[in-house]
Design a protein around this ligand. Sequence first.
Ligand SMILES: [Ca+2]
Ligand SMILES: [Ca+2]
Length: 236
Amino acid sequence: MTEAPVATCRCVPLLAIAVKNAHLSTREYSKHAKHHAGRKYMSDSESDSDLEWIGHRGETDFWRRKIRTFHGILDLNKDGVISFDDFKLLAERFVNLGNLTEDQVMEFHKLVTELWEKQWGEISPYNLVTVEKYLENMHHVLNDKRLVRRAHSFLPYLFKAVDKDKSGEITVEEFKLFFDVLGLKEQDAILAFRAIDSNGDGRISQKEFVKHGRDFFLTEDEDRISKYFWGPLADH
Ligand SMILES: [Ca+2]
Ligand SMILES: [Ca+2]
């Protein structure tokens, strides 16, 4: 019975998934159930079978709106384009919170540089990423199995950077710090935190943080709570 392990592990989220997928055909659902049963042996980055097919991702206005929202966050000096300086400065803000170890800081810097070079090429003040270019690139990443697995590997570092007491979980206070570093409002941090902390215990684990933070970039499903993760969505 493939359904048995589903009923015994992580009941609440799985029930929610089951309800959400009630419209799927039996065949699709059992594929889904099997997939979720095996999830604990997989990294989150490999568990994307509920997304649109590769090649057809990133075609909704909703997804484009989310990507424009994130472009606005990365554009620290709000001049309409992302430069490596924006990128580096944002990483520096997380590092300056002082909660990463020396090794983590080194890994994070290396990762940020690699991400830039892989996605945007040259590190130069003239290499500027407009919203259009960003949308085009993110669409490409989303539709490339290999690229999409690596694209959000920076998220655990953001989590560790704001986990002030190093408890391995983030409280609403720590989440406010996260939004503050991103230049977002405290009130929006509270709203986002409430949405992501779906069991209401006042804590978000690294796994949940990475899962929803990443899901924001991947899903076209407007019902997913990940849409709250990076603050209010851009108007259009
Ligand atoms: Ca900028
Ligand atoms: Ca904590």
